[in-house]
Unconditional design. Structure first.
Ligand SMILES: NC(=O)c1ccc[n+]([C@@H]2O[C@H](COP(=O)([O-])OP(=O)(O)OC[C@H]3O[C@@H](n4cnc5c(N)ncnc54)[C@H](O)[C@@H]3O)[C@@H](O)[C@H]2O)c1
Length: 359
């Protein structure tokens, strides 16, 4: 079966989707839509057989299109979700699924009541390294899971650079980790205490650490910030997850090329290194194709509900940080230096093609 698909929003993420659809024989990219002329030019070059449009109306009007990818920024997502449902198209949506908590829950209600398939790209739920670690937990290798420690710090998206509707870095990126902790805990958040810092005189915290408990008693800490050596001569990052149980532990880290999992369980000690897998879009679209063909939703696909819960909790944690001491460290001049530096980088963390002509 060939599934015609329309990609709406052809920026950084839209281009990742195109690459993966082009490798998957079950799909044909029928349309690419972007309001930006330069992005449409790139689309013409990268997908010469697709129709390239500036407005999404022809995509929704075309009955042959079975799936739409919603990879614009979140401010226009809810309207597109409504159109997809009205025209009976399956939805692969970028996170967050809408721009406000109310809109996100409206999107959840809409898709849960509609006869279409939907998924949100909470990509860590599709990562081999997290599945490997959750399987070790399920086999009892750690005893009882007690403590989760999660950290993701990179010199990524700088304040004011884009994704404005999606909030500070702890929401925009951090919601992935808020989702991941809940996925591992298999429980809902119960408590949190957050500490943030405003960097470079920006209005919002750009680094945040939160710790607390889940309803089942598991404790967590999450550290996220796009603050890690923005102006360092050679950029790097620090990203890890540790799961500590009553008897054993496991942990992972990655360099965006290779992911490494170490399991120190009661019956096994393993060191596994495999390709990182990027945003796992190959897996997400394969799961969607399989679901369409079988008529059964693949339960591995992250749901709109998962995304809305993660987003809402990430906002609450940010709100909590604002209730505590929120120091400001650094100057606006340093931020301007960072913007200029990122505009000229050829290879950097989270560069948006619209702002950086080198990508
Ligand atoms: N799942 C992930 O890991 C992940 C990672 C990065 C970004 N994202 C999310 O993906 C989305 C896109 O992010 P990005 O980094 O690709 O941003 P981007 O700015 O590079 O791309 C967005 C594109 O959408 C286009 N656009 C805006 N409004 C439009 C409209 N009404 N119709 C058609 N096109 C429109 C813009 O011109 C731009 O080209 C964001 O919501 C972001 O949070 C998710």
């Amino acid at each position: 079966m060939i599934i015609p698909v329309g990609i709406i929003g052809f920026g950084r993420m839209g281009r990742y989707y195109l690459k993966e659809f082009q490798k998957n024989n079950n799909y044909q990219v029928a349309y690419i839509c972007d309001v930006d002329a330069e992005s449409r030019e790139v689309a013409h070059k990268q997908a010469p057989d697709a129709k390239i449009v500036a407005d999404d109306a022809p995509i929704f009007a075309d009955e042959r299109v079975r799936v739409v990818v919603l990879s614009t920024t979140a401010n226009v997502r809810l309207a597109q979700i409504r159109k997809a449902i009205d025209t009976g198209k399956h939805i692969i949506a970028e996170k967050p699924i809408a721009d406000t908590i109310d809109h996100e829950w409206e999107a959840v209600r809409l898709v849960e009541d509609a006869p279409i398939l939907s998924t949100a790209n909470m990509y860590l739920q599709n990562a081999w390294y997290h599945h490997t670690m959750r399987e070790a937990v399920d086999r009892g290798e750690l005893g009882e899971l007690a403590i989760m420690r999660i950290c993701h710090m990179t010199p990524g998206l700088a304040p004011g650079e884009g994704h404005e509707a999606e909030g500070p870095s702890f929401h925009d990126c951090g919601m992935h980790y808020v989702n991941l902790a809940r996925w591992y805990a298999r429980s809902e958040y119960k408590t949190w205490h957050a500490q943030g810092v405003r960097m470079w005189d920006w209005k919002d915290p750009w680094w945040l650490q939160v710790h607390g408990t889940f309803q089942n008693g598991i404790v967590y800490d999450i550290t996220q910030g796009f603050v890690y050596g923005q102006l360092s001569q050679q950029q790097t990052h620090n990203s890890y997850v540790e799961l500590i149980g009553t008897k054993g532990f496991c942990r992972m880290t990655h360099d965006f090329k290779t992911a490494v999992v170490d399991i120190h369980g009661v019956t096994e000690t393993k060191h596994i290194e495999q390709p990182f897998g990027g945003k796992n879009i190959d897996r997400l679209i394969a799961e969607m194709a399989e679901s369409i063909m079988s008529g059964q939703r693949n339960p591995l696909m992250p749901s709109f509900r998962d995304s809305a819960i993660a987003s809402e909790n990430a906002w609450k944690m940010l709100e909590d940080a604002r209730k505590h001491e929120l120091p400001s460290i650094g100057t606006h001049e340093e931020l301007e230096e960072i913007w200029e530096h990122r505009r000229n980088l050829k290879d950097g963390y989270g560069l948006l093609p619209r702002l950086n002509k080198n990508v």
